[in-house]
Structure formats: C-alpha cells, structure tokens
Design a protein around this ligand. Structure first.
Ligand code: AMP
Length: 420
C-alpha cells in the first residue's frame, strides 16, 4: 500500500516524500480513506503510531480540493497539551507545504496577541487547546461557525486533564453539520459516552498488532534501592554513552532534583513539568531534539504527546502510579520502527505500581537485580498500595483495562513480546 493508493493528491505526496515516509502506517492506511469519504471516525491509536498524519493528511486533502473563502476556520483540531498542539501545527505546516492552506495554533501560557493577529488574517485550519480556544472565542476573536471538520485528539487525556466541560462548551459552539474524528489510546465508559455525543455513525479504526512501533520496544525492569537510583541512572548514561535520554519522574520536585544532580555530574539535563513556563518547556524540548541537551527529565503530563523521533532510551526513574502512564511513557521510544529500550527502576515502595502495570499490560516482568544497587529485602506478599495516592484523582476508573477495545490488548501483548 502506498500513500498514492490512499487517494492523496500530488501536492501531499510530494510533502510526504519530503518527510521521508515510504509507506503509510497501519492507522494511516485505515483512517485516511474513511476520512476522505467524509465519514466520522473513531480511532484507537496512541502517539507513535503515525496518528497525526492519519488525520492531518486527509483533512488537507479535503480542504484543498474544495473551494472556500478565507478567513473562516474550516477545520478545528483540539488537543490536550500545548506541546502536542505545537507539534500538530508543525506537522500541518510540513504536510501543507505545497498547498494554499493556512493554519495556526493557539494555546495558553503565552501572550494571546500574536495568536489573535494571525487569526485575524484568516486561517483554514486551527489547532487549539481547549482553554485558550474558549477564551479567544469568548472575546470574539474566533468564528467557528464554518467548521466542517472537527478532530478531538487524545480524548482519553482530555478527560484525565478535566477538559470534559470545556469540550462540551466547544461542541455547543460548533455547527451541527460537520465531520468528526476522535482519537484515543484507550476506550473507557466515559470516552465512549463522549464519543457518542460527538460522532455520527462512526467508522471504527484501530492500529493493528503488526504495528512495529510497539513491537520493537524492549522493556527492562530493575529492582533498585531508592537512594541508589540517581547513582545508577548516572552510571548507565555515562557508561553507555547515551546521548539522548528521556527520564520520567512522578513529581515536579523529583524532576528538578534529578536534573540538578545530572548537571552536577556534567550530564546536561533540563526538566519539563507543569511549573515550568511554556517558553522554558519549548526551549528544553528544542535543545533536546537538537542534541544540545542530553537528558530531558519530565513528568507524565508534561511529556504526553511529545514527538521525539528515534528516541533510543527511556528511563522510568520513578514508576507511574497511573498504570497507563507507563504505556504512554514507553511509547516515547521505538517510534516509527526505531529500536528502543525502556528501563524502569523500581524501589520497594513502587512494587505495587509495577504489579498494576503488569495487570494492565497483561505481562509479567522479569525483575532484574543489579549487584551494588539491590533494594532491602521485603516480603512481596505484603505489598500494599500506598495511601493518599495523588494519581488516583486522575480518573483511575477510566483506565479500567477491561473497558478497552480489542486493539489495546494487541498493543500490550505485543509489548510483552519484546521484553528482555
Ligand atoms: P504520531 O503518532 O503522529 O505522533 O507520529 C509518530 C512519529 O512517526 C512522528 O515522528 C512522525 O513523523 C512519524 N511518522 C508518521 N507517519 C509515518 C510514516 N508513514 N512513516 C514513517 N514515519 C512516520
């Protein structure tokens, strides 16, 4: 199957060639023809599957083949995080290089003036996070009356981040007759309810088990003495001469502390988390991508959706208390066919989290122990979940693995294959 077979026109094929893609990913193969046929689509796909091109390419195709008059926004792509919004915009720009279409991105945390100025010039495609969209709409800077295409990206994360009301508010502004695409990595009851309210007779598409992205991720789980985690992290990065490492912590404080320690050891590192300004986050990500910074230390929310191609190493310095965050974390590596290793450093307090992850992902990890870094001995049958777990507030129930469609199972089962 080629991109041409999918029904994309020459201007898009040229841009795709320029990006270096030789063939469509499974989700693209399935989603693109459906979108081109003007169908509503409910897609099960996570970051790393090529889902962005899966909706951006057909949207560009549709918009470019129909006559229209700017300055009305005709396609709205709603996404939960600023980073993701910026990345989608980058993709839209690259794919529309040879088309006469304008796009822009709006998100909070930065001055609204430049965003308003661009909107005033007229755009065809608007990429937005919910808060800023509502804000600018309330101020009368956006006209969403002509929206023909609406994309809700990372719907599960939207709900986790508490955007459900905002989404409803936005839906109420959009015209009733429109084409809708909803992308989500998981399908809880809440997502299904949300989807029912947005989509009309949707076609379901999902990334297939053949998806190489997940298959090639090697997962290592190492039992570790908590106070020795930093030393071990420094050791593997130095000894392996790793040049691009993404490290996850559970807390902002933990991210800051580790970043400082790495820098003290002359391993250049920057942290991204909710307390860092948008400018800092953008700068950190850009420097990391360019290879000017070796390590990016991130919390889960900050890292969601970040597109770092060919990332070889991910370290879970702290294990997430929300099991699905583990899946998203390791999805940062082995993207689009590249090999990757995800290493989880598990101290005794985190064994309960690992057990939850094993349950969700339907795999049993082989837990390595490394001489000099062993945790104190404990009776594993006595492991209890820590009390007052802050992650519980992020809709743990919505992450019930039993409420997922078949494809998620494939993902996880494939992942366990690559374990070693
Ligand atoms: P996404 O899942 O949209 O975040 O995409 C993950 C990564 O895969 C991005 O770096 C894309 O540029 C890349 N990508 C998307 N489609 C393809 C394709 N057909 N072939 C190779 N790489 C791709």
């Amino acid at each position: 199957m080629t991109f041409k077979d999918l029904g994309l026109s020459n201007s898009l094929l040229k841009a795709i060639e320029k990006k270096g893609y030789t063939q469509p990913s499974p989700i693209q193969e399935k989603a693109i023809p459906q979108v081109l046929q003007r169908k509503d689509v409910l897609a099960s796909a996570q970051t790393g599957t090529g889902k962005t091109a899966g909706f951006v390419l057909p949207i560009l195709e549709l918009l470019s083949t129909e006559t229209f008059k700017r300055p009305q926004v005709r396609a709205l792509i709603l996404t939960p995080t600023r980073e993701l919004a910026a990345q989608i915009q980058q993709n839209v720009k690259e794919y529309s290089l040879f088309l006469d279409l304008k796009s822009t991105v709006i998100y909070g945390g930065v001055n609204q003036k430049p965003q308003v100025a661009t909107l005033k010039q007229g755009v065809d495609i608007l990429i937005a996070t919910p808060g800023r969209l509502i804000d600018l709409n309330n101020q009368g800077f956006i006209n969403l009356k002509k929206i023909e295409l609406f994309v809700l990206d990372e719907a599960d994360r939207m709900l986790d981040m508490g955007f459900v009301r905002d989404i409803q508010r936005i839906m109420a502004i959009l015209p009733e007759k429109r084409q809708n695409l909803l992308f989500s990595a998981t399908f809880s009851k809440e997502i299904k309810k949300l989807a029912n309210g947005i989509l009309t007779q949707p076609v379901m598409v999902e990334a297939t088990p053949e998806n190489t992205t997940v298959e090639v991720i090697k997962q290592r789980v190492i039992r570790m003495d908590k106070p020795r985690k930093t030393a071990y992290t420094i050791k593997i990065i130095s000894e392996g001469d790793w040049q691009q490492v993404l490290i996850f912590t559970r807390t902002k404080h933990g991210a800051n502390k580790l970043t400082e320690k790495l820098n003290n050891k002359k391993i250049s590192a920057m942290a991204i988390h909710g307390n860092k300004s948008q400018n800092h986050r953008t700068k950190a990500l850009a420097q990391f991508k360019k290879g000017e910074v070796r390590v990016l230390v991130a919390t889960d929310i900050a890292a969601r959706g970040i597109d770092i191609p060919l990332l070889p190493h991910v370290i879970n310095y702290e294990i997430p208390n929300i099991s699905e965050d583990y899946v998203h974390r390791i999805g940062r590596t082995g993207r689009a066919g590249a090999n990757g290793v995800a290493i989880s450093l598990v101290d005794n307090d985190e064994l309960a989290y690992i057990r939850d992850i094993e349950k969700l992902t339907k795999q049993k990890f082989e837990k390595e122990i490394i001489e000099g870094y062993e945790p104190p001995h404990i009776d594993e049958s006595q492991i209890k979940k820590p009390k007052g777990n802050p992650g519980q507030t992020r809709g743990r129930n919505s992450r019930n693995p039993n409420s997922k469609p078949g494809n998620k199972k494939h993902y996880y089962q494939k992942k366990s294959k690559g374990r070693g």
